[in-house]
Design a protein around this ligand. Structure first.
Ligand SMILES: Nc1ncnc2c1ncn2[C@@H]1O[C@H](COP(=O)(O)OP(=O)(O)OP(=O)(O)O)[C@@H](O)[C@H]1O
Length: 280
């Protein structure tokens, strides 16, 4: 979903933090076995186009993500991973179904509320880093607070940059950093608002194996030490070993959920049906 995100040298509000759905919202807190689900998708579908030419990118996906967990979303190219992430993160609007984040239904939320939700309660990390090249490292990290009109305490950015191994580089520009360092800045930027969920789309995809492993360790630490919740899309099988849970998509359907045993295995038949275009 790289092309749908943002970069560039301007300081204009970043579309990462704006754009999409409308409708009502509803406050509902859910908890399963004492563990809160910070993210829930109920029968979420997303289709593009209509009639016989419609593409069913996501088909009736049910997922609950507990807080303080790292979930990896895998699947072949075109299986719906980016669509899943976009719908879950409120960057895209499902055709049907419900997305609940932190107990609030975001799938039908008014644009203004949704935009604020993305700014304050969701963190994003992309394969292409999406840092603003004209800003310093520190300014990039503080950007979500600035866009939200909140006080920007440089000490908060220093602390996060130290945590991701970049202390002393506050005044550098992204162009002066390696890919791995830029991704560290992006992670610090995602953490600055203490979001309920960090969504990462192939965060190691542009990095070599060793650097990718370091970035994955940082995300793992964010979960284990800072209580973050991370949902990431990846093609990298090495990631699955570090994830608490692995979801597999095929033809827009959830065909395996490591956290729920074989529950989705029966969906393989559905996936084949989806491939033939026999989707409800
Ligand atoms: N804006 C769009 N218009 C029409 N079809 C789309 C659009 N976005 C995605 N699709 C289709 O939806 C399906 C799922 O796409 P998606 O990008 O979610 O897959 P993916 O698993 O992330 O793929 P990749 O691993 O290649 O990035 C594909 O068939 C794709 O062509």
């Amino acid at each position: 979903m790289e092309g749908r995100a943002v970069s560039g040298g301007s300081e204009e509000p970043n579309p990462l933090f704006g754009g999409a759905p409308h409708g009502g919202s509803e406050l509902r807190i859910r908890s399963v076995g004492g563990m809160s689900n910070v993210l829930e998708l109920e029968r979420v579908s997303r289709s593009y186009g209509r009639g016989g030419r419609a593409v069913h990118a996501l088909c009736e996906v049910d997922v609950q993500v507990p807080e303080r967990s790292l979930t990896a979303v895998m699947g072949p190219s075109g299986s719906g991973k980016s669509t899943f992430l976009q719908c879950a993160a409120g960057l895209d609007r499902p055709t049907s179904g419900v997305v609940r984040l932190g107990g609030r239904v975001i799938s039908g939320m008014r644009e203004r509320s949704l935009s604020r939700m993305r700014r304050t309660r969701i963190g994003f990390v992309f394969q292409s880093f999406n840092l603003l090249p004209a800003l310093t490292v520190q300014q990039n990290v503080l950007l979500p607070l600035r866009l939200d009109g909140r006080r920007r305490d440089p000490a908060g950015a220093w602390e996060l940059l130290a945590r991701v191994g970049l202390d002393g580089r506050e005044d550098a520009r992204p162009g002066q950093l390696s890919g791995g360092q830029q991704q560290r800045v992006a992670i610090a930027r995602a953490l600055i608002t203490e979001p309920e969920v960090i969504f990462a789309d192939e965060p190691t995809g542009a990095l070599d194996q060793e650097t990718g492993a370091e970035i994955l360790s940082l995300l793992r630490e964010a979960v284990d030490q800072q209580g973050a919740t991370v949902v990431l899309v990846t093609h990298d099988p090495a990631v699955t070993a570090r994830a608490d849970r692995v979801l597999r998509l095929a033809h827009g359907r959830l065909v395996h959920d490591s956290g729920a045993g074989d529950v989705a295995v029966s969906s393989v038949a559905d996936a084949a049906a989806a491939a033939r275009g026999q989707v409800r």
